[in-house]
Design a protein around this ligand. Structure first.
Ligand code: UDP
Length: 326
């Protein structure tokens, strides 16, 4: 049985990856330090013989006994309010964590796929974003801790490929949504749905003319799966090119949830990108991949998930006290 290590396994994407590789018959070694992840997302897997979990911070030395065939590095805070609260950990997991996992991949002769992001393009001056665009990132802005960690991550990954011949893959993930997003992580999909379900007004930042392009999680996981088993070492955008302004998106959520709340406007966060849309030509050509689930279907499934949460979860204002993490 092939063995795969998944970091960030208790998070949104990590937990869906665990499900996929269990379904494909792998032995899954899940790792997470649970800063932003939640064991609830993978609780259903603990009873399986081919699933094990380590509560570990991958910024520290990582060891896994025995053989290892694949590594997926998905550990990282991933929402702007998280990396404002835990900036150092965000930098460490993308840099030191990636270094540790590349070292492990080299030692075990394992193939490693790292989770990069559309944030490497910063506030993009090229639209839509192709993989060849170098980006427009403010190194010292509030998002810099995430963006630059991910840019370093890509760089060290390519260096391990070139100098140590490690088999590496790099996915650049655009805004993704679906079940198991953290309700209060500050990102726009859980923020708007949570507000609608609690009967609060929807908070649009800025004038709402900024755009995003939302990909349903199942599509993203399929793209990552194909990339891992391809022989392509350069970055590949995975996302849904269907672009929408945040203002229109808020109105879509109001219609979908049937709430009679209104939209209210709050200041735009510093360095909030004005536009974002993936060019997925490369993924189409190399992986034969494109998204299949449109936003109305994906949002319906996502809403079902959020509706299934308990009252306590719906009204919980703070996920965790981050102050004890080094
Ligand atoms: N946003 C918003 N209201 C919210 C949360 C987010 O208008 O309550 C906006 C945010 O300013 C950004 C977009 O929605 O323009 C997407 O934000 P998110 O944090 O989900 O992801 P980003 O793509 O910025 O990393």
């Amino acid at each position: 049985m092939k063995k795969i290590l998944i970091t960030g396994a208790a998070g949104f994407l990590g937990s869906h990856l665990c499900d996929r590789f269990i379904k494909e018959g792998y032995h899954v070694i899940a790792m997470d330090n649970l800063i932003t992840g939640d064991l609830k997302n993978i609780e259903h897997l603990f009873k399986l013989k081919n699933f094990e979990f380590y509560n570990h911070d991958v910024s520290k030395f990582v060891h896994v006994p025995g053989d290892l065939d694949y590594i997926l590095h998905f550990a990282s805070p991933a929402s702007p309010i998280d990396y404002l609260k835990i900036p150092i950990q965000t930098l460490k997991v993308g840099s030191l964590g990636t270094h540790n996992l590349l070292g492990l991949a080299k030692e075990k002769n394992a193939r490693i796929l790292i989770a990069s992001t559309s944030e490497v393009y910063g506030d993009p001056l090229v639209h839509p974003q192709t993989e060849d665009y170098y980006g427009n990132v403010n190194t010292i802005g509030p998002r810099g801790v995430y963006d630059e960690a991910k840019r370093f991550q890509e760089s060290i990954t390519m260096a391990y490929h070139t100098y140590h011949k490690v088999e590496t893959r790099i996915v650049r993930i655009f805004n993704t949504y679906g079940p198991r997003m953290r309700l209060n992580d500050g990102r726009v999909v859980p923020a708007f749905i949570g507000q609608a379900l609690r009967g609060e007004d929807l908070t649009v930042f800025g004038d709402g003319s900024q755009t995003r392009s939302f990909c349903y999680v199942d599509d993203l996981i399929e793209g990552i799966y194909r990339l891992l088993f391809s022989d392509y070492v350069f970055p590949v955008n995975i996302g849904n090119p269907n672009e929408i302004t945040i203002k229109d998106f808020a109105e879509e959520i109001i219609r979908l949830t049937g709430t009679d709340q209104k939209v209210i406007y709050k200041p735009l966060p510093v360095n909030d990108p004005l536009q974002r849309q993936p060019d997925i030509s490369r993924a189409k050509e190399i992986l034969g991949w494109e998204p299949k689930i449109d936003r109305s279907e994906g949002m319906k499934r996502t809403l079902e998930y959020f509706k299934s949460l308990s009252e306590e979860e719906l009204y919980r204002s703070e996920h965790k006290d981050f102050s004890s993490y080094s």
